[in-house]
Design a protein around this ligand. Structure first.
Ligand code: GTP
Ligand code: MG
Length: 405
């Protein structure tokens, strides 16, 4: 199947801002927008006119370093369910009705605290360190039960792993997934509850229970269909920019990308493949060299991998071997995932010369392309679709619900 659009596709990137607004309107010089000599005003007219000449508001693109501050992939959270309301102790009172009997209502139960996946949330930065659920209301007279506490939802990004101690409690990897982080306490009983044949006028009522209290560790592991793995400067971010409209920073120095970015590639029939740009890996990353292990876990969740090799270096095939080695050292079998090898920077003259040698060394299909000029990007997009279709088929064959974007 042929992709609908090659260079433009809707996407989301981690907390990335909207492109900056143009500095002048419609290319007009500022002098033409503002009168040369403003006529004297008889009265102050506020800013209604001045605002016309102000720059239209627009969000600035966040730099990768600022983005790093916003991108949080670990959080320790103390969650406490809401307390139950207390039961009531009172007696029915009505004119000319003696001994009306106990009519104290039960307290409402406390609200749960629930973690819920919101696809719009991209990092754990919005998750606070402490949550207290809503308490239930106390019971009332005339057998009225107290209102139960509302559920408190904490929105988390897709791919959040919930751990208690070292035990994994939940893996929230699909939109709408929920996990009850803390149960609300049960409401207390009113004195009506204690009415019995041998006790016609109980005064006993019980207080509501406290909500459950837990300390949870939330860990974000990016979920995408394809993960781009490569050395720094291999051109991963440039490639993601070329195939989707995600806008990760591109620069000629290593470790430009500090957080994973996800872009969406659109195909015919509203099919969307999510591709993640993972920060560069170097030799010894599993020993925490370079950016180390902190982001290798983002690769774990990707369903298939795109190894991006830089054709401008003298022996590009060693890059592929080192990448595989690092992945294996991090987690056994990680490099065995379905993958494609992408050789970038084919536009450079030395790259064309070295390509046959790379193919011979690897003995596998290599997609040679240029993220800069757009040469041969179609082959990558077609291959991506083949990998995606194979995954969908396998999941549907197993009776599982495949990950759709
Ligand atoms: N000639 C040429 N240069 C490229 C190509 N793709 C990327 N580059 C350049 O290579 C440099 C690194 O590109 P990036 O996309 O930032 O590389 P990266 O793999 O994301 O790097 P890190 O974020 O540091 O891991 C930039 O100067 C790009 O302009 C290409 O196809 N041809
Ligand atoms: Mg990058």
């Amino acid at each position: 199947m042929v992709p609908v659009r090659l260079f433009s596709a809707s996407s989301w990137t981690r907390l990335e801002g909207v492109m900056g607004a143009p500095s002048t309107w419609a290319g007009l010089p500022l002098g033409r927008l503002l009168p040369q000599q403003a006529p004297p005003r008889p009265l102050s007219t506020g800013c209604a006119d001045c605002t016309k000449h102000q720059k239209p508001p627009g969000k600035k693109l966040l730099s990768e370093k600022k983005l790093k501050k916003h991108f949080v992939d670990h959080r320790r959270v103390l969650v406490r369910g809401g307390s139950g309301g207390s039961g009531m102790s009172c007696f029915h009172s009505e004119p000319r009705k003696e001994f009306g009997g106990p009519d104290g209502g039960d307290g409402g139960s406390g609200g749960h605290v629930v973690l819920r996946v919101d696809p719009k949330v991209k990092s754990l930065s919005s998750v606070l360190s402490h949550y207290q659920g809503f308490s239930g209301e106390d019971g009332g007279r005339k057998n009225c039960s107290g209102r139960g506490g509302a559920v408190l939802y904490i929105q988390v990004p897709m791919g959040t792993l919930v751990k208690e101690g070292s035990e994994i409690m939940a893996d929230l990897s699909r939109p709408g997934d929920e996990y009850i982080a803390a149960l609300g306490g049960a409401g207390g009983k009113g004195n009506r509850f204690f009415l019995a044949n041998d006790n016609r006028a109980p005064v006993t009522c019980t207080p509501g229970e406290l909500g459950q209290e837990r300390v949870l560790h939330l860990e974000l592991k990016t979920v995408a269909h394809a993960g781009m793995v490569g050395f720094p400067n291999a051109g991963k971010s440039s490639l993601l920019r070329a195939i989707s409209n995600a806008k990760p920073a591109v620069a000629s120095y290593p470790f430009t990308t500090l957080n994973p970015h996800v872009g969406i590639v659109h195909y015919a029939g509203h099919q969307q493949v999510a591709v993640a740009d993972i920060p560069g890996i170097i030799r010894g990353a599993h020993q925490n060299r370079g950016l180390g292990l902190s982001f290798l876990r983002h690769i774990e969740r990707c369903l298939f991998l795109l190894f991006v090799v830089d054709l401008s270096v003298p022996e590009p095939w060693t890059q592929f071997e080192h990448l595989k080695y690092e992945l294996e050292k991090y987690k056994e079998g990680l490099s065995e995932k379905p993958h494609a090898i992408v050789a970038n920077k084919i536009d450079l003259p030395q790259a064309r010369a070295i390509l046959p040698q790379l193919r011979a060394q690897l003995g596998q299909e290599v997609i040679a392309l240029s993220a800069l000029t757009g040469e041969n990007l179609e082959q990558l997009l077609l291959h991506l679709k083949v990998l995606y279709d194979a995954y969908m088929e396998a999941e549907l064959g197993k009776g599982c619900q495949p990950l759709r974007w």
